[in-house]
Design a protein around this ligand. Structure first.
Ligand SMILES: Cc1cc2nc3c(=O)[nH]c(=O)nc-3n(C[C@H](O)[C@H](O)[C@H](O)COP(=O)(O)OP(=O)(O)OC[C@H]3O[C@@H](n4cnc5c(N)ncnc54)[C@H](O)[C@@H]3O)c2cc1C
Length: 468
């Protein structure tokens, strides 16, 4: 589709000020620049013409109606922690920041549900519900992200093995269409069978179909006890092999994270904290939760035995809050430890967990074949591993020549093993070219038709997922 957008004129700025107030229409160039990027390791150069910060659903609706009428692109933005340039305003226009819509509207303890605005920070929600003995388990590593952004990307995270991903906790959505109409989807019910599920279509649509303004989220009881196992291995293959064997046991850990040594060392340096062990080549970090101490330690025993039978060097148990915090704090900086100190890219493939050892072997082969260093870590229990090709030792020319080939190969190998090109980060702008590896033409055609129904003028987050 030919895209012909109009600019944000003084008249449009005046209308926007009329909707959200003078102070919530930002036109300062430096500020706009800050809002125009996310955390993708290879950023896209693009800037919005204006940042607009609505306070309520009616304001979002008025902004979208105006933009739709004037043919101005709108990019919804949460906290901008996305990793594939999803919230970057590729065609300029309006950057719609949901940051002022940050109220937790209700914690419904009778139904174990929370009603929140889209700009609520994930860690704020978690703290608020934990205070009442409740738990919101969807847990992307970046807890400063917004619930709206988590819904936009269907965020996964560390707790996925036992508790799943964001989609599994969304029961209802309020969302505004590009024409300004407000949809109320789902509700405080745990079952529904009423035709096509538009709510689930919007979850994970990366701000291309509607702007999410509110959500009804499922909560569960907060488990009473958590323990963490920290398991060194002499190689990534043995660690990965243990993962599929653990999953076959009748034990479901909350989290099973896999990481190689160099990432641990970089993360320790970044944070100034030390893991209990860092001399082995690979590690599993496993969290188990529950209410009964005896059962929990029985599960830990079963998991330890599997690891030891797969040549684990040792099994270290962290059962105090402090010891566990050190391990998980270091885990939370793996991404920045790799990408903030050097040039790197990221692959977010998900494969059947049982194929993880094979994928690990293939990653090594690709690294050797192309002479490109690769570091990996990630949510191995979900079969979702973050693989980082790294520029170290390569000239600009070599890097630019090799990186696209290595990326394509890493994604293609994931597909060959029955996997997908994104487990949790989404497609955004960065991964558009890899989408056809996994989706056939008919699937992409249907997606494009759906986009046209929701957004006939293609004003909402254009240039993302595919070219409409
Ligand atoms: C250190 C680090 C660790 C991370 N770990 C994980 C992880 O473990 N698991 C994981 O899944 N992700 C992870 N991420 C990626 C990121 O945190 C998630 O994708 C998160 O869901 C993005 O939320 P956000 O509020 O920052 O959204 P943004 O980056 O602002 O936006 C993401 C996408 O959602 C859309 N969007 C935002 N708000 C709305 C809305 N209200 N309505 C409609 N669309 C909207 C945007 O247009 C964009 O396409 C990590 C990122 C970092 C930097």
């Amino acid at each position: 589709m030919e895209m012909k957008y109009n600019k944000v004129t003084d008249e449009v700025l005046k209308d926007l000020r009329g909707i959200v107030g003078e102070e919530n229409v930002l036109t300062d160039k430096e500020t706009i620049k800050l809002y125009s990027s996310d955390e993708a390791p290879i950023g896209l150069e693009a800037t919005a013409e204006v940042v607009v910060k609505p306070k309520c659903t009616d304001e979002v609706s008025d902004i979208l109606s105006l933009a739709n009428e004037k043919m101005i692109p709108v990019t919804p933005r949460g906290q901008g922690t996305g990793l594939c340039n999803g919230a970057v305003p590729v065609y300029g226009g309006i950057l719609l920041s949901l940051e002022r819509m940050n109220r937790i509207l209700e914690i419904d303890e009778d139904n174990l549900m929370a009603v929140v605005e889209a700009g609520v920070v994930l860690s704020d929600l978690r703290l608020e519900v934990e205070r009442r003995g409740l738990f919101y388990p969807a847990d992307p590593g970046e807890r400063t992200s917004f619930i709206g952004g988590n819904i936009g990307t269907n965020a996964g995270g560390m707790n996925g093995v036992k508790y799943g991903k964001t989609r599994d906790y969304v029961l209802g959505l309020e969302a505004v269409l590009p024409n300004g109409k407000v949809l109320n989807l789902g509700g405080k019910v745990v079952k529904r069978s009423m035709g096509y599920d538009l709510m689930h279509l919007i979850i994970g649509s990366e701000g291309t179909l509607a702007v999410v303004t509110k959500a009804i989220l499922k909560l569960i009881r907060l488990p009473k006890i958590f323990i963490t196992l920290y398991v060194p291995f002499s190689n990534m293959y043995d660690a990965a092999k243990s993962v599929s064997e653990i999953l076959r046991e009748k034990v479901t850990p909350t989290a099973i994270e896999l990481v190689e040594r160099e990432v641990i060392l970089e993360a320790e340096n970044r944070l100034g904290k030390r893991m209990p062990h860092h001399d082995a080549d690979a590690y599993l970090i496993i969290r188990i939760d529950g209410d009964k101490e005896e059962e929990l330690y029985g599960d830990a025993e079963a998991v330890s035995e599997i690891c030891l039978s797969n040549n684990a060097v040792d099994v270290l148990v962290a059962d105090t809050k402090e010891r566990q915090s050190v391990i998980w704090d270091i885990r939370s900086v793996f991404y920045e430890a790799i990408v903030k100190s050097r040039e790197a890219d990221i692959v977010d493939a998900a494969i059947p967990p049982s194929k993880m050892p094979l994928y690990i072997e293939r990653i090594k082969k690709i690294s050797d074949e192309y002479g490109v260093k690769i570091l990996s870590y990630g949510h191995a229990g979900d079969g979702n591993i973050h693989v980082h090709p790294i520029k170290d030792g390569l000239s600009d020319e070599e890097w630019n020549e090799k990186l696209p080939k290595v990326m394509m190969k890493l994604y293609s190998e994931a597909k060959n093993l029955g996997g997908v090109v994104s487990g949790e980060h989404g497609i955004g702008w960065t991964k558009k070219k890899y989408l056809p590896i996994c989706l056939d033409k008919e699937e992409i055609r249907i997606m494009k038709e759906i986009k046209k129904i929701f957004d006939p003028n293609n004003i909402l987050n254009p240039g993302k997922i595919f070219d409409a």
